[in-house]
Design a protein around this ligand. Structure first.
Ligand SMILES: [Mn+2]
Length: 316
């Protein structure tokens, strides 16, 4: 494995041709926007480049990705993984034994599975690394690059509110807006538009929230199979449900219980730094980080709630 600088990386991309760009499983705005922007940049450099046709691209993003999706008969010469931290995150249908020539990533946990690696863990999004490449290649990104990279940068920091947001993240966004990114249209589409089913499901989740402990500091949100069916929600509508319970003012521990099948529930915990969510989940064979952890419990949602809430109240 060779570690690359931006200059090395651009030289490598200019030297070769026939690129297939990989996005990760359950693709988000960063992997898709970054890979599509890189694809566009490579084409501007006169190269043949396509995105692997990731079967899990959701409706919101497919419009932007369509011009770049590889035809079935494309035979790549070089494979580049984008925002893809380890081999178990390869997209559905991609052979796991494929040799990856280059990986461009921002995860500090990158598993160094590719022959060459350009990784900058100080960046909030992979899009910010691709922006640097675009600037190195052309001085300034064109409008298409700017739109695609705005999707990447803004989604990975939750529209500039997640803890990974830095001054540099805002600076990158400002550069993209200066380069013509349609940020108003994209913000509306990406952050202020939801499917009707998602909103119905959220309504049911809020209605069913329960609170426990001193000053009601433990909030429990439950998503049952019945709620999924009634709302018409699919997996695409279930992004970030674990953050809803934590929105309640005064909350210290947010518990989200999702019924996966009858008698089996997935539990997600979110807390501040003053509570060890991972320790609670470890009691049930799960784990994670202090402020975000998860486990699965073999019982129905009500019983799962009673068990987990008991454990949390004991620990508080
Ligand atoms: Mn990312």
């Amino acid at each position: 494995m060779t570690t690359m600088t931006l200059n090395d990386c651009l030289a490598y991309l200019k030297e070769n041709d026939g690129y297939l760009l990989l996005t990760h499983i359950r693709p988000d705005g960063d992997t898709l926007g970054s890979a599509a922007a890189l694809c566009h940049i490579l084409r501007r450099l006169g190269k043949t480049a396509w995105l692997y046709d990731n079967p899990q691209i959701t409706a919101t993003y497919s419009l932007f990705m369509d011009p770049y999706l590889a035809p079935a008969d494309f035979v790549p010469e070089h494979i580049v993984a984008v925002d893809l931290a380890s081999e178990n995150l390869f997209p559905e249908g991609f052979p796991g034994n494929g040799q990856i020539d280059l990986c461009i990533d921002h995860h500090p946990t990158n598993a160094q599975y590719a022959r060459r690696l350009l990784c900058d863990p100080d960046k909030a999004s992979c899009g910010e690394i691709i922006l640097e490449l675009a600037k190195l290649a052309f001085g300034t990104p064109d409008k298409t690059t700017a739109d695609l990279l705005y999707i990447a940068v803004s989604t990975d920091c939750g529209c500039f509110v997640y803890a990974n947001t830095r001054a540099d993240t805002h600076r990158a966004a400002a550069e993209l807006i200066d380069a013509g990114a349609e940020y108003k249209r994209l913000n509306k589409l990406l952050f202020r538009t939801f499917s009707y089913s998602r909103l119905m499901l959220e309504g049911m989740i809020y209605t069913g929230m329960k609170r426990y402990g001193e000053k009601d500091c433990v909030t429990v949100a439950t998503i049952t199979l019945e709620m999924m069916e009634k709302s018409g929600a699919t997996e695409d509508d279930c992004d970030d449900l674990a953050s809803l319970a934590g929105r309640v003012a005064g909350n210290r521990v947010a518990v989200t219980i999702r019924e996966l099948e009858p008698g089996l529930c997935k539990v997600s915990l979110r807390s501040g730094e003053d509570f060890d969510s991972a320790a609670i989940c470890a009691l049930h064979g799960g784990g994670g980080h202090k402020m975000a952890a998860g486990c699965t419990v073999h019982s129905d949602p009500d019983e799962t709630r009673d068990t987990i809430v008991w454990d949390i109240l004991e620990a508080l």
